[in-house]
Design a protein around this ligand. Structure first.
Ligand code: 9D3
Length: 234
């Protein structure tokens, strides 16, 4: 799978995507990440990518021309197997299910928003989807893009090397991310600063351990994420 990232901060991606699972997947050739500088599609001396909003208002917007030209140059033949996504705070929420559907694509182009936003014609006439990673304010789409690449990359066949661990995970319930949270886990020492590991986990009674884990996961989910238990979170 090829990930394209269109950004005014190409240097940003030197760090996060050159470590761990994503780096290994790049080395093994399962995925390729191509970072493109939006300013490559500007033609004035100052490589201008932003302008003031019509109607007035704070801040600047990404102007449409470099974004349209960049996307058209990066993906000249856009089919169903190549998707273009705008990352913005106004998008629909990214989740494990969306990541799973993207993991079947051959190419995914992520456009990183910046400034106060992006000219709406990009959303209306250029992209296939507009996506946010959560209800909080980032200063741009770059961190969101790194998050999305990480989430999708580990779903690609051969990336984790350990097929089982993908099925086991907390958010795996049918791959939709709507199961229970992981149960609490402990490692050595069995007592740390007076806090003991639950006795049952040391007992070797696998049936009892399974029951304890199930109940502990339900309790933790109820406490931390009651929305997951209520369901209806389509
Ligand atoms: C007037 C309100 N705005 C600023 C406080 C709106 C606004 C503009 C630009 C809010 C965020 C941004 C930049 N954010 C992104 O580009 C972004 C984002 C996010 O902020 N939250 C969650 N996911 C994403 S994906 C891209």
């Amino acid at each position: 799978m090829i990930f394209h990232i269109l950004t005014i901060f190409p240097e940003f991606f030197r760090g996060p995507l050159e470590h761990g699972v994503v780096a290994k997947a790049r080395e093994s050739g399962v995925l390729d990440i191509r970072v493109h500088n939006l300013r490559d599609w500007t033609y004035d001396r100052h490589k201008t990518v932003d302008d003031r909003p019509f109607g007035g208002g704070e801040g600047m917007l990404l102007k449409p021309e470099p974004v349209f030209e960049g996307v058209e140059a990066i993906l000249p033949h856009r089919g169903a197997a190549a998707q273009v996504v705008l990352l913005s705070a106004q998008g629909r929420l990214f989740d494990q299910g969306l990541a799973r559907s993207w993991s079947g694509l051959s190419e995914l182009l992520l456009i990183c928003g910046r400034y106060e936003g992006v000219d709406e014609r990009v959303s209306e006439h250029l992209v296939d989807d507009e996506v946010s990673i959560g209800d909080f304010v980032l200063s741009g789409g770059e961190l969101a893009a790194a998050v999305m690449v990480d989430v999708v990359a580990r779903l690609l066949p051969g990336v984790l090397g350990n097929e089982a661990s993908r099925v086991w995970e907390s958010f795996s319930a049918e791959g939709h991310g709507r199961g229970l949270l992981d149960c609490p886990q402990y490692t050595r020492p069995a007592e740390f600063r007076g806090w003991k590991v639950p006795e049952v986990l040391l007992s070797g009674h696998h049936g009892e351990i399974r029951k304890w884990r199930r109940q502990a996961a339900e309790e933790k989910t109820a406490r931390m994420r009651p929305d997951l238990l209520r369901g209806g979170n389509e």
